[in-house]
Design a protein around this ligand. Structure first.
Ligand code: ZN
Ligand code: ZN
Length: 165
């Protein structure tokens, strides 16, 4: 079911809309997400970048993560709310912070990733699949389907990580 996702930052300077279904929703427990969020994990809604309409320009902070690939975190320069995530290894998708959604109750995490750095005080839902490292890229990419395959190579074998189906 396609539902329009919308959301933005606390002060309203940044607003987004996305009218296609998310590719993936996941809780990331990496140290970088912990530091950036100031909490136990980042709840991220992954959507095709091309489907997002953005009003206002997030400021981006770039960091090279454990995978050796850059992650850019978009936040509002006025109110500091984290809104977006760009992943160098998946240039066709955009992460939206679930807390920035207009209706965050629609968030349904499909996996917990980087659980090797999850905090002991963080209670994780045992019903959600766990990955000690990053998300299995193959499942992310398969959901992007032909739109990406059309104009560039999105599935080099080295991006199929961690042997997780
Ligand atoms: Zn703001
Ligand atoms: Zn993370």
């Amino acid at each position: 079911m396609v539902q329009t996702l919308s959301g933005g930052c606390a002060c309203g300077a940044i607003h987004y809309e996305c009218n296609v279904d998310p590719v993936l929703m996941l809780n990331c427990h990496c140290r970088d997400c912990q530091q950036a969020s100031g909490s136990a994990y980042a709840a991220v809604v992954v959507v095709p970048k091309a489907a997002v309409q953005m009003r206002g320009e997030p400021r981006y902070y770039r960091i090279v993560g454990d995978t050796g690939k850059a992650v850019e975190r978009g936040f509002c320069g006025t109110c500091g709310s984290q809104v977006t995530l760009k992943l160098e290894r998946l240039p066709d998708v955009l992460g939206l912070q679930a807390g920035s959604l207009e209706d965050p109750s629609i968030y349904r995490p499909k996996m917990d990733v980087f659980t090797s750095s999850a905090q002991p005080w963080d209670h994780m839902d045992p019903g959600v699949p766990k990955h000690t490292q990053g998300p299995p890229m193959v499942s992310v990419l398969s959901r992007l389907s032909c739109a990406c395959h059309a104009d560039h190579d999105v599935c080099p074998p080295d991006e199929v990580s961690n042997g997780v189906p």
